[in-house]
Design a protein around this ligand. Structure first.
Ligand SMILES: [Fe+2]
Ligand SMILES: [Fe+2]
Length: 485
């Protein structure tokens, strides 16, 4: 681990490892399950683990509901909340899950009346099923017909019925609401910037509501908004830039396991990061040519101007304080190079600033519309940023960010080995080379109805990504596909 890592990152990392309540529940479940395979059910250690698990169930069961732990498409859910659970990190869990798959088992529902002995009987029953090729049919039948007290085993079919989130109609609805949330954030970014330039008061409650909307979408599906950052053909890129930076920062914040109040402050700080630019001449900001030294001297003022603007326009609370610090520090490297150089103390930039710096640089490089006037591919942007990890960018955060946008970031267009052209919809963490895509055309032309394909699915193993393509060369616009269903 990076020695220079500040304590707040360590705190955040500890949170990632500890995880929220749902994450602990899934972990406790697998610990108990694995223990049942090695020791006798009468062992005191096993009883303690069962108690710990029931304790976790209680902590979650505020309204005395039943609790379901299930796995859908390699993702874990506790009721309808997705859990960041790393199978590989929990030694042995992948073996159990492979067995579940063979048995057609996808989840377990724990009744609110569950007793400790019921739980022990259940785990002993499940852990005792040693699946082999020969007995799989027979065991699957035992799972289907078993009767356990306080517990229901859920089959893959049941889960799919229960989770309409994966039907096309629901997916389309979710995408539409993610889009609405994104464009609402962009309107708020515009409003914020205009308020600051005309000395009007910023509508704080609206801004918080909109940031909350973004957070809800990201918590449900981490890549739901990343795809939208790829729409770059706006007349005025300023507001889209703030919104994109906000989406990247929040997605990274969710990965770090930040709680909702902190996510809300982070989103808010990200939306405001460039607000100081309203105090600079407009023709400088919109200058189509490269900046000269004189331009840069002015540009370097925007972090300080931003911090001042925030403190002047917003009531002094934790939101304002964090946003002001982020605006001030977002062009400072972790090694304190960059600007502004009139930093009084030699503290490293805050966690929020380091997150926003990464989000900001990535968006600026890939849009070619913020500082540099030529746009580069996401992969090239990540490569350049990687060469400055530890100096300009926080090493841990940059690594998380690279994992998050992936080799083929959502919103990019790719050519497949089958000569098909596809739009990347979501990254696939287990297999970054095989993301989730929408095929929009083939050698004969554009498809009337784009086809949704999970490239990591074995049935699509013939389709491989050959390379990323520039949609303009094919007369296509990524945004047309991102904005359609
Ligand atoms: Fe900036
Ligand atoms: Fe920026």
């Amino acid at each position: 681990m990076n020695k220079a890592m500040s304590s707040d990152v360590q705190v955040e990392l500890a949170r990632v490892l500890g995880g929220p309540e749902e994450e602990r529940l899934v972990n406790a479940f697998f610990v108990m399950y694995k223990t049942a395979r090695i020791i006798d059910a009468t062992n005191a250690m096993f009883a303690r683990q069962a108690d710990a698990f029931i304790e976790r169930l209680r902590a979650l069961r505020i309204d005395r509901r039943d609790i379901t732990v299930k796995r859908v498409s390699r993702r874990f859910f506790v009721n309808d909340r997705m859990v960041r659970f790393n199978e590989a990190g929990n030694v042995g869990a992948d073996v159990i899950l492979t067995e579940w798959k063979l048995l057609g088992l996808a989840g377990v529902k724990f009744s609110s009346r569950l007793e400790r002995q019921d739980l022990i009987d259940f785990v002993v029953f499940l852990a005792g099923l040693r699946v082999t090729e020969e007995n799989v049919e027979q065991l699957a039948e035992r799972v289907r017909t078993c009767s356990l007290q306080g517990i229901e085993l859920l089959s893959v079919q049941q889960i799919e019925e229960e989770l309409p989130a994966f039907s096309d109609a629901v997916r389309a609805r979710f995408r539409r609401s993610a889009r609405e949330s994104f464009f609402r954030a962009m309107a708020v970014a515009e409003d914020l910037i205009l308020s600051a330039s005309t000395e009007r008061e910023v509508n704080m409650s609206k801004t918080r509501r909109v940031v909350q909307g973004l957070i809800e979408h990201i918590l449900k599906d981490e890549s739901s908004l990343i795809e939208l950052t790829a729409i770059r053909d706006y007349d005025d890129y300023t507001y889209a830039h703030s919104t994109n930076v906000c989406v990247y920062a929040l997605t990274l914040g969710v990965q770090l396991g930040l709680d909702r109040p902190r996510l809300s402050q982070l989103g808010f700080s990200a939306l405001f990061h460039d607000v100081g630019k309203v105090k600079l001449p407009e023709d400088l900001i919109r200058k189509p040519d490269r900046f000269n030294e004189n331009d840069w001297q002015q540009i370097r003022q925007h972090p300080l101007l931003g911090a001042k603007t925030i403190l002047r326009h917003i009531e002094h609370d934790v939101y304002a304080a964090r946003a002001a610090r982020t605006a001030f520090e977002h062009h400072l490297g972790t090694d304190l190079t960059g600007y502004p150089q009139q930093v009084l103390d030699q503290r490293r930039p805050s966690l929020f600033s380091r997150i926003v710096t990464i989000a900001d640089t990535f968006d600026a490089l890939t849009s070619g519309r913020v500082y540099i006037k030529e746009k580069i591919t996401p992969a090239e942007a990540l490569r350049r940023m990687h060469t400055q990890q530890g100096q300009k960018y926080d090493q841990l955060l940059l690594k998380l960010f690279i994992d998050m946008v992936g080799i083929y970031p959502p919103g990019s267009m790719v050519l497949l080995s089958t000569r098909e052209v596809a739009l990347v919809v979501a990254t696939n963490r287990e297999n970054p080379l095989r993301p989730y895509v929408r095929i929009i055309g083939n050698e004969s032309g554009l498809l009337d109805i784009p086809e949704w394909v999970d490239l990591s699915d074995l049935e699509h193993k013939k389709r491989k990504i050959v390379r990323m393509i520039d949609p303009r060369k094919y007369g296509l616009r990524a945004s047309d596909y991102i904005l359609s269903d």
